[in-house]
Design a protein around this ligand. Sequence first.
Ligand code: SER
Length: 553
Amino acid sequence: MCHWLKNCSSSFIQRKKRNKMKSLSSTQLRQIRTKFRLSKQHVELPEVSLIADKSSTALFNVAGMQPLIPYLLGKQHPKGTRLFDIQKCIRTVDIAEVGDASHLTFFEMMGNWSLGDYFKKEAVQRSWEFLTQWLEIDPRKLAITVFAGDETAPRDEETANYRKEVWLPPEKVSYLPEENNRWSPGPVGPCGPDTEIYYRVGASEFPPAESNVQNDEDNRLEIWNNVFMEYYRDENGQLTKLSKQNVDTGMGFERMCCVLQQKASVYDTDLFEKTLQVIVQTLQLSLPFSPAQQRRVRIIADHARTAFMLINDGLVPSNVGAGYVLRMIIRRMVYNVMLLHPLQLEAYADVLHELLASFQGLRTFDEKEIIRVFTDEVKLFQKTLQTGKKMLEEMLNELAQTWTSAGILQGENVFKLYDTYGFPVELTKEIAQERGVNIDETGFQQALEQAKETSRQATKEMFKKGIDWSKYLEGIPQTEFIGYTTLTSDEPRLLKEIDLEDQKVLIFDKTPFYPEMGGQLGDNGEITLSNGEVKKVHTVQKFAGVILHFISA
Ligand code: SER
């Protein structure tokens, strides 16, 4: 016992009750964060487009650091060594999670960088200062992760030790492996171990003392990532040290709003408040939502916002590349609308107008152009769906008259709708369920596999029959293979379409599809035709340097 306490047997220490965390609007968060970074001598960078430039292998701007890659690799930045911004990003890898509490396809990233300037110590201190002093988040709600180390880089004890300076007890630190705590923008490029900060969500005022990211994962929300970018990873996965030690920081703007506004999800923040109201009103929904409805409403809100932002940056829906992703996002939004409250095409312009207005303030939108591009795509999709829906209705009517198989829509029928009309399986399921019919999902998968196999065999047969391809390929140049750098192709030119019995062969000027060669199977994937029909590419062959994509006719 210390001397002072020993002599003060009746002493009593009482700390003042901590102030409640600030509740900040999204606009206030932007302001306070700018003020903080400027106070740390960072220079603000302008925002760049969501559409990645042609030199990048990515389709979109996926991280705040993407435009800074050359500078993280060593180039001098004209604005100095301490930078910050708030950058719009698109990530579609987690699209299946959209609708839960925290996932979005479009989001904003509050990023700041040290390009060979300060490193781990200051990065940790400043993160803590901002979170606990400027935003007044209670430190007892925070926990961190650091890199556990492997044969390529050491365990990050240095960062873990800095936690002492911010009074974070050791049990709040989790050491995690590469897949959690090494960050890179892609397989090749700058990378480094990271330390992530997690907030404890949930009702209890304070988490149990032992709660950390490993033992309380479900209640932990990542709000901050400090990447210590000091390595370059090459094509073979080899790491080499960069000339400078950089810090790449990212803080998800929507998640931070969610924490500061004490909401259960990013969709409950002020960023989506008006949007959800618009969806409820225009689709005439009643509250409270069932969990399934809630997810659909959130998907509509997220996908509409993403599509607006992409079209505003000049993208149009197409069959390839970034345009294809936009097409899929719009269509996914539309079929979620359909499942809640089907709308006639004419009604879409009004709904879109209202939705767009709910995001005013986020950016300056070219409303006329956005609504035109969006409604054109809705029109195309509705046309495709109409035919598919008619067919589904017929199938369901037929089923209702049969005794034996009532209640289950056969997998091959689900497949037919999917294969011929690009009818989403999820939509078939919903419509069928409304009529008390389930779909045979295993049968669908089997039909899918079988169709692939049959087509492959048919194509092999054709090759065996010795088709004289040269007569079809006169004047067709060799195909440019772009599959080493990308999995999609940006606006390829269709050079030829060949009809063969029940198959078609498409030839483009360039393709990411690798052909069947030397006993190795070719790639498979999808091609969306200009009429909106989605065709599976089941076989890819090569003849005299020309790549042939086989689809069913
Ligand atoms: N680039 C890192 C990320 O996106 C930190 O900004 O998480």
